[in-house]
Design a protein around this ligand. Sequence first.
Ligand code: GLY
Ligand code: MN
Ligand code: MN
Length: 421
Amino acid sequence: MKKIKWILIVAVLFFGASQLLASNLETFKQRRKILSEKMGKGIGLVFAGSEVNGITEEFVVNPDFYYLTGIADEPGAILLLAPGEIRRKEILFLESRDPEDERWTGERLSIGEMLRKETGFYYIYRTNRLAGFLDRLLNNTNILCVLSRPVGYTSSVPKDLEIFRQIQSRRLNVDVKDCTFLITGMRLIKSPEEISLMKKAIAITKAGLMKVFKNVKTGMIESDVQILLENTFRENGAKNLAFSSIVATGHNTTVLHYTKNNAEIEKGDLLLLDVGAEYKHYAADVTRTIPVSGKFSPEQRKIYELVLKAQNEAMKKVKPGILIDEVHETARKVIEDAGYGDYFIHGTSHFIGIEVHDVGDYDKPLKPGMVISVEPGIYLPNKDIGVRIEDDVLVTEKGFELLTKEIPRDPDELEKILQAK
Ligand code: GLY
Ligand code: MN
Ligand code: MN
């Protein structure tokens, strides 16, 4: 009887896990389907990239490739979409296996049922077959769809455009189409599933910040605080940071992208933490500025309250139809009217998603499903006072949802938490 019970439990767990895998794969499949519908008869390529990070050469996948495949561990992989085809509408090309490389980076799967199941792709080939397939597909269509994002004219040419240009110089009647906004347009509007991943990244970020609020003391080094924070992120399920943590005390609070994190917290200092956990490829981006001693000085509080007012006013603007510039202008006006215009030296908002500075179109009105930061700040280097307050906001049908509302920012509440140590 006991044995049957165990078999049942294992079966339920296995079934549950495979359902989960299937539903995840379905999400990515659905995204490819939507994109393909927008591409018409054009052929498109999306590259996983081969950028690596650090000594262990951790691979950083191109977010567009991840968004469409859910695959984050195949450097060099290529997604080919050919929606006009009857059979091979989508093909996944993977780098060939290399037994010597695999001794360094671990074993990979050969092409077969297991790999098909894991990736959700039926047609999988090695990347050396790409050229042959492109030639073949071009017998059925002459439209090539550039899916990569536009880059500055001094940047290197995006890979898909480069390949399409090569084809163009060798074949007549090839039509290279601008599809550069298709993926961005999709990534800009977050699905409920994506929002819940972002909420989880935010919950982890909250855990890290609360840990700091409850343990930070004068005399600690900024990096001690950083370790406490980032360990808490990891304990709570974050594998990576959304970006390098900014942990700045005293004068350093006035340095916008301070990342040395090696100064000692002195009596009366403010501590600015601009931090974010990443959860399953989605970012959080939160800034809190706290008085380590447990009490803001009158001047620190005055600046803090002004930034908070600017942030609240700006946030209230967020709704469908508004330009991101209007959110910024609102925050600017509050700060300018109080005489601190020259000390607010950055923008107020950016899009957030898979990337902390996510893709987006700053010239188009906001729409439901977009997630932006609202992060005004005032920096007074001569007074060692830098205050930034940053929250993540979801645009909804009626206005906005403050995704980071559980992370305290009211100055009285912050003082209370800090004094409770
Ligand atoms: N942490 C980067 C930013 O706030 O934009
Ligand atoms: Mn930000
Ligand atoms: Mn930030």
